[in-house]
Design a protein. Structure first.
Length: 211
């Protein structure tokens, strides 16, 4: 039964991510070949993130992993694993950017809308199938998704969407007892740090645009 539940959860995650990719594909006017390249870039980075989550699980529960590796790897990840994965993910991107092997603007322009659209479908499925009532977060995602579909596609606008998402989560954190994104419990500190990162990135790319 537990294995079936895990498979269902993985299926929902994969389906939500594919929905996010479709939204990006049909909402953008860039040539098809470039869209495919952009999608390949995001898919490869998301695979990296999944690997980092597994590494995060091992790091967070290292003692248990030494004693019983299956017990660590077979069960869902904790929020701490998600935090560790985020740090490793950002370090990995930072190294690639430093060595000029990574198209950061392209990644931002694809990753943010894909994540917003994926989170939208994921929350919708959770409400419909499992009767989990996260209506506040769902409303925020609807607003952001509509903004993306109709707004001018640019790096700064996408960063504003990320900032808006985290701002919405921060406000919700004072209303709801907890915040979950893709079934991970997200702390207020994590949300604030993501807001700061989005704001700094926005200022950086806004200034570069004016240069």
């Amino acid at each position: 039964m537990a294995r079936i539940q895990v498979l269902i959860e993985v299926g929902i995650l994969v389906g939500s991510f594919l929905f996010g990719l479709l939204i990006y594909y049909f909402a953008n006017s860039v040539p098809k070949e470039k869209k495919k390249q952009h999608i390949d870039l995001v898919i490869s980075q998301m695979i990296n993130f999944v690997i980092f989550i597994w590494i995060g699980k091992i790091i967070y529960q290292f003692r248990l992993f030494i004693q019983d590796p299956i017990a660590v790897l077979a069960y869902p990840s904790h929020a701490e694993s998600f935090y560790i994965a985020t740090v490793l993910f950002l370090i990995n991107i930072g190294v690639q950017v430093y060595w000029k092997k990574f198209a950061l603007k392209t990644f931002i322009n694809v990753f943010i809308p894909v994540m917003i659209a994926s989170a939208f479908l994921y929350e919708f499925i959770q409400m419909q199938l499992f009767e989990q009532q996260f209506i506040s977060h769902f409303i925020v995602l609807i607003a952001l998704l509509l903004c993306y579909v109709f707004m001018k596609k640019s790096t700064t606008n996408n960063l504003l969407l990320l900032f808006g998402w985290t701002l919405g989560l921060l406000i919700i954190s004072y209303i709801d007892p907890f915040i979950m994104v893709f079934q991970y419990l997200i702390s207020r500190i994590y949300i604030i740090l993501t807001m700061v990162l989005a704001l700094i990135s926005y200022i950086y790319f806004y200034r570069r645009r004016g240069m």
